[in-house]
Design a protein around this ligand. Structure first.
Ligand code: LLP
Length: 403
C-alpha cells in the first residue's frame, strides 16, 4: 500500500493545521495481515505493543482487526480496557514497578509478565498458585538497533537474568506458582531473525522446569524500512524458522505451546506521517537551516536514537534538489536531519516526516510550553480528527496557583 500522497496530506494539513500527526488506518491493517499471513496455520498470536501509539481510535481499530494488546503500564491497561479490549486479550509486561501496580493488574484480570525476583516473590506470597503468571527473562542476547533500544543483553535492566534460574525456581516452588508464560524482548529494530531463534533456545532450555507453561512470548522488535531499499525483518522466514523450532520441541505436558509476539513499530510506524511547516530559512557557512514549527518536543527519535526519518517537501515536489539541515524551533539543539537532500525549500512549505506512527506522538512533550500536535486518522479515505491540538488551557490544567 502506498503512503498517503502529497495532495491528500496537503489537504489534511490545510484543514487541521500543523504540526500534525496523520495515521493511515488501512496501512496498520496491511501490516497486521502480513503477520497473520506469514504465521497462518501456526499457533501464534500477536499483542500490539501499544506503547508505540495509544490513541484510543488506533487501539479500537487494532482491536477490531482481532489483535491483542501488550501494555507497559497500568494506565495503558486501563486505556486498553477503555478501548474495549476484554481483559483476556490484554497483557501487562511490567518493568521495575511497585507491586501495588501488579496487584491492580491482577484485579483487572489481565495476563501479567513479572520482570524481577523481588516482584516474583511478592506475587508468590500474595497469590501462590491462584493466578497464573508469566516471567520476563533477560536472555543475555545482544540485539536490536541503537544501544538505547537494545534490551536483552547482559548489561540491560530488563527481565530476570536467565542465569538466576535457580532463584526463580526456588521462588516458584516455594509458593507453588503457576508459570504460564516465559517472555523475552531483546530489542527494537531486530533485522536478524536468528536472534529470535537464539531466544527460543534459551527458553527451551529452561521450559521443562515449568509444568504449567502454555505460552512462549518472544516480544516485539520487528524492523521496518525507514528508507527505500532498507532491509526489514524477513517475516515469512521468521515464521518458518519459529514454526520449525516449535514443531521439534518435545512438549512436556502434551499440549503444544502457543507463541506470542508483541509488535509495536511493525504495526504502526509506516502508517504515520508527521506534517510540519517551514518557519524560517537560514543560510550559514555551515549549512542551510530549515526551521520547522516543531522540534524534539514532538518527534524525539532523531535526537534520542539517531533515528532516520525520510523527509519530503510536499509543497514543492518538482523543485531542484538541494542539501539542507532540518531543525526545530525549540530552545535546544533539535536536529531532525543534517545535510539532507530535499526539493528546494521555501518558507511556508510543508515538510512531511515518514514512518512517524510509532513512538512519535507517544513520546511528545510540552517542552518550551509548546502545544502537543493534533492527530488525524484517515479511515476509508476520510480524515478524522482523533486528538485536538493542545490549547493554552491545557498548559494550565494541572497547575496549582498558590502564589
Ligand atoms: N514488547 C516489549 C516488552 C517492549 O519493551 C517493546 C518496546 C515492544 C514489545 C515493542 O517493540 P517494537 O516492536 O515497537 O520494536 N522508543 C523507541 C523504541 C523503544 C521500544 C521499547 N520497547 C524508538 O522510538 O525506536
Amino acid at each position: 500500500m502506498k503512503p498517503l500522497n502529497h495532495a491528500e496530506l496537503i489537504s489534511i494539513a490545510e484543514e487541521y493545521g500543523t504540526p500534525l500527526y496523520v495515521y493511515h488506518a488501512e496501512k496498520i491493517k496491511e501490516q497486521y495481515e502480513r503477520l497473520l499471513h506469514a504465521f497462518s496455520g501456526s499457533n501464534t498470536i500477536f499483542f500490539y505493543a501499544c506503547k508505540a501509539l495509544t490513541n484510543l481510535n488506533v487501539l479500537r481499530y487494532i482491536r477490531n482487526l482481532g489483535a491483542n494488546v501488550d501494555c507497559s503500564s497500568i494506565n495503558e491497561v486501563k486505556l486498553a480496557l477503555h478501548a474495549g479490549f476484554p481483559s483476556s486479550r490484554i497483557l501487562y509486561t511490567s518493568n521495575g514497578i511497585d507491586f501495588d501496580e501488579i496487584k491492580e493488574a491482577k484485579e483487572l484480570k489481565v495476563y501479567i509478565n513479572i520482570d524481577s525476583l523481588s516482584n516474583l516473590e511478592k506475587f508468590g506470597q500474595h497469590f501462590g498458585s491462584t493466578y497464573p503468571v508469566g516471567i520476563r527473562l533477560r536472555p543475555n542476547i545482544l540485539a536490536g538497533g541503537n544501544m538505547k533500544i537494545s534490551t536483552g543483553h547482559d548489561k540491560s535492566k530488563f527481565g530476570i537474568p536467565v542465569d538466576q534460574i535457580h532463584e526463580i525456581l526456588s521462588t516458584v516452588n516455594k509458593y507453588q506458582m503457576r508459570i504460564s508464560d516465559l517472555h523475552i524482548h531483546t530489542g527494537s529494530e531486530i533485522k536478524d531473525v536468528d536472534v529470535f531463534l537464539k531466544g527460543i533456545e534459551v527458553l527451551f532450555d529452561i521450559a521443562p522446569h515449568f509444568e504449567d507453561l502454555e505460552f512462549i512470548d518472544l516480544g516485539g522488535g520487528f524492523k521496518v524500512a525507514s528508507r527505500e531499499g532498507e532491509e526489514e525483518t524477513d517475516i515469512p522466514l521468521l515464521a518458518k524458522k519459529v514454526g520449525d523450532a516449535f514443531a521439534n520441541h518435545p512438549y512436556k505436558n502434551g499440549r503444544p505451546l502457543q507463541v506470542w509476539f508483541e509488535p509495536g513499530k511493525f504495526l504502526v510506524s509506516a502508517a504515520g506521517s508527521f506534517i510540519t511547516k517551514v518557519n524560517v530559512l537560514k543560510k550559514t557557512s555551515a549549512a542551510e537551516f530549515v526551521s520547522v514549527n516543531s522540534g524534539f518536543n514532538h518527534l524525539i527519535r532523531p535526537m534520542f536514537y539517531d533515528a532516520y526519518h525520510h523527509i519530503e517537501n510536499i509543497s514543492n515536489p518538482e523543485g531542484v534538489v538541494k542539501n539542507y539541515s532540518v531543525v526545530g524551533n525549540i530552545c535546544e539543539t533539535d536536529t531532525f536531519a543534517w545535510d539532507r537532500p530535499l526539493r528546494e525549500v521555501r518558507e511556508g512549505d510543508l515538510l512531511v516526516f515518514r514512518n512517524a506512527g510509532a513512538y512519535g506522538f507517544e513520546m511528545s512533550s510540552n517542552f518550551n510550553s509548546r502545544f502537543k500536535p493534533a492527530e488525524v486518522m484517515v479511515l476509508n479515505g476520510k480524515p478524522h480528527l482523533i486528538r485536538r491540538r493542545d490549547q493554552f488551557e491545557d498548559l494550565l490544567r494541572n497547575q496549582q496557583e498558590v502564589i
